[in-house]
Design a protein around this ligand. Structure first.
Ligand code: HSE
Length: 431
């Protein structure tokens, strides 16, 4: 039987999971791939971690530079995260003729263009199933299963940590900070949790999905990104009263003019839609193709098991074809017909929560701003409040252009009747 020799670089939550599950299911993977997959090298900066997992001392190294050029390695599995060492590591591995598997979405969002080109030039595989949607085999579905389709709309709940936090806040009345600690303890969050809660992790994943679908890489700084830090439980509850759930959503949509919207923000999703039922650490993607129609993908989005499952799928894919290398179409192409649509030009519905002084004339002033700017309201809500105190107003807004709504919001924020920064969330009807 052919041998396939891999180096596992990084033995954290995911690396440890890959080590354990590869050994536990070795026989079955061998049967299905026709390859005896052997971990000939690991890299753990702390040798105690390698020992804890039962990695023989002779196998572990503490520096990735000792491994990426090693002739005993056919495939490097990058699981250290970050974009500095990870970039050098992946690049050096490819330059030295090694196939690469990575779970690193930040790396691909930033350097994907260069790294995939290098892999293609060297006729090597650079696979990344674990970089998007954890355990859901989503990359394979989009890249292979939907290959013949023009994808019109892709909506994704692609960050397990944020989905878990929003769920805990709503269901358990847990505060944001406690829910975040729980997510970290469960091994869902990134080492730098700001990547999760500020939306960047979802944005990296959205950039990968968009590149696969439309053939161009959106620079991270051009991708509109908002996180969940400013969401309060009262917004989650109000959304529910209005018939929605709040989700951190990656929206990737192609308009008639081939302008592609790629954006990440908390979004009101209608309760009857399958995405509204994606809770806890689960991820979900709802994808509409011109041939297939609507499709839905669901599974755990983070944690050692789901991520290890995706990493092992990539390892198995390469092992199956080894020593041949399967050739993929380039991800980004010079002659793509699509382009990024500026955020200012997108059209959306909005939810707006305002804290205002409760006195006569306030509603008139606010409606005047909306009316002058041609913004239509689909509903207005106010619970009973004390005259002269603070009233909470919720406006649901019909379709408006982002730049027009932003200007209205600036004008409203500057009014002396407004007592706290407004909370603005977008609404997707997903119909
Ligand atoms: N921190 C990520 C998440 C891990 O919570 O979704 C999986 O990419």
């Amino acid at each position: 039987m052919k041998k396939f020799r891999i180096a596992l670089i990084g033995l954290g939550t995911v690396g440890g999971g890959v080590w354990r599950h590869l050994h536990a299911n070795h026989g079955q993977i061998q049967l299905r791939t026709g390859a005896d997959i052997e971990v000939t090298r690991t890299v753990a900066r702390r040798p105690e971690r390698a020992a804890e997992l039962g990695v023989p001392e002779s196998v572990n190294r503490t520096d990735w530079k000792d491994v990426v050029t090693d002739p005993e390695v056919d495939c490097v599995v990058e699981l250290i995260g970050g974009t500095t060492d990870a970039y050098l590591l992946v690049k050096t591995a490819l330059e030295n003729g090694k196939h690469v598997v990575t779970a690193n979405k930040a790396l691909l969002a930033e350097f994907g263009h260069e790294l995939f080109e290098l892999a293609l030039e060297k006729n090597l595989q650079l696979l990344f199933e674990a970089s998007v949607a954890g355990g859901i085999p989503y990359i394979k579905a989009q890249r292979e299963g939907l290959i013949a389709n023009r994808l019109r709309e892709i909506y994704g709940i692609v960050n397990g940590t944020c989905n878990y936090i929003l769920d805990r806040m709503l269901r358990e009345d847990e505060d944001y900070a406690t829910a975040l600690v729980d997510a970290k303890e469960a091994g869902y969050a990134e080492a730098d949790e700001a990547l999760d809660v500020d939306g960047h992790d979802s944005a990296h994943k959205a950039a990968i999905i968009a590149a696969l679908a439309y053939g161009f890489w959106v620079p991270c700084h051009d991708l509109h990104t908002e996180g969940i830090r400013d969401i309060s439980r009262c917004d989650l509850l109000m959304a529910r009263r209005l018939g929605y759930e709040v989700k951190l959503l990656a929206v990737i949509k192609c308009d008639e003019d081939k302008g592609v919207q790629v954006r990440v923000h908390p979004t009101l999703v209608p309760q009857g839609h399958p995405l509204a039922a994606v809770d806890s650490v689960y991820n979900g993607l709802y994808v509409c193709g011109d041939i297939v129609g609507n499709t839905m993908y669901y599974g755990m989005g983070a944690g050692d098991g789901p991520t290890a499952s995706a990493v092992l799928a990539d390892i198995a894919e390469i092992a199956t074809h080894f020593p041949e290398s399967r050739t993929w179409q380039p991800i980004a192409t010079e002659d793509t017909e699509y382009h990024l649509k500026p955020m200012a030009d997108i059209v959306s519905r909005y939810y707006l929560r305002l804290s205002v002084i409760d006195k006569p004339g306030v509603m008139a002033k606010l409606c005047d701003v909306f009316g002058r700017r041609g913004i239509g309201l689909s509903s207005i809500h106010q619970d009973e409040s004390e005259e002269g105190g603070t009233a909470t107003l919720i406006f649901m807004v019909h379709d408006a252009t982002e730049s027009v709504f932003a200007a209205a919001l600036d004008e409203i924020t500057a009014l002396d009747i407004v007592q706290a920064p407004p909370v603005r969330l977008r609404v997707e009807d997903l119909s």
